[in-house]
Design a protein around this ligand. Sequence first.
Ligand code: CMP
Length: 141
Amino acid sequence: PEQQTLSIIKPDAVRKNLIGAIESRFEQAGLKIVALKMIQLSRAQAEGFYAEHQGKPFFEGLVDFMTSGPVCVQVLSGDNAITRNRELMGATNPEEAAPGTIRADYAESVSINAAHGSDSPESAAREIAYFFEPGEIFARS
Ligand code: CMP
């Protein structure tokens, strides 16, 4: 099915000058970038985005990391976009990520892991609305 998914290029990858390299992987895989912005998350924004992880041992570190520098957020569109983006990223832990994936190539650890992608249609809808107004998302055929 035609889907949209929310992708974040995390502060570690932005610091390493990998915005273009990662966006290029999305485009070369046939996913379309239909919305895009660079932002500095506040603590409240990061906590709200990752609310489902509140209380987990890594939560404070996750918020520290995600607010440590600007991120690039984008909406990717295409057939099976949610799963395909997760395949491009590879497993959360780079030691388990398949060769040639974004996390295998660019992540440093399970917490400093270069990219985020929505994991279900429900989270995609929530995460897209968290960062983008409807008028900021473009129809591209
Ligand atoms: P992300 O896809 O952004 O969603 C939640 C994030 O929490 C995840 O990527 C990791 O960066 C982080 N995370 C998940 N599990 C762990 C863990 N065991 N230790 C540290 N960070 C984690």
